[in-house]
Design a protein around this ligand. Structure first.
Ligand SMILES: [Zn+2]
Length: 133
């Protein structure tokens, strides 16, 4: 089955199989689980979330889609419009997947904090220099 990219403003209530709906405005993508179970899979897009890439043969979504909350527990990649199946999640992988998700987010926000602190430090140095004049 091929996955097509369809850009929308609002997510439609009824999703069609084989379509990856993307709303840039809301930074979100949604599709029906590739196994055919009918579950709606929502994937937020962003620096700490999923990354969408459009290619001539279809959309690529990174990282993989791990539907460990769904009954089917599907795990697959959407790569250039194709579904690449991965192994089912084991409880260890689910735990590791959750951990790495948290780490990715943690690292991102740490970097933001460092940048902010760097700015504050430079600002205080500047204030002190002004006071010494
Ligand atoms: Zn499924």
């Amino acid at each position: 089955m091929k996955i097509k990219l369809q850009r929308v403003h609002y997510m439609p209530k009824e999703l069609k199989p084989g379509v990856l709906y993307v709303s840039e405005e809301f930074g979100a993508a949604a599709h029906l689980c590739a196994c055919g179970c009918g579950s709606k899979i929502r994937t937020p897009l962003g620096p700490t979330e999923w990354n969408l890439e459009e290619t001539d043969s279809g959309p690529t979504l990174r990282p993989s889609i791990g539907n460990w909350q769904q009954a089917c527990q599907s795990h697959y990649w959407i790569y250039r419009g194709d579904i690449l199946w991965s192994d089912k999640w084991t409880p260890e992988q689910i735990a590791a997947g959750r951990r790495s998700e948290e780490q990715r987010r943690g690292a991102y926000y740490d970097a933001l904090d460092r940048r902010r602190n760097g700015f504050l430090q430079r600002f205080w140095c500047w204030v002190k220099r002004q006071l010494k004049r």
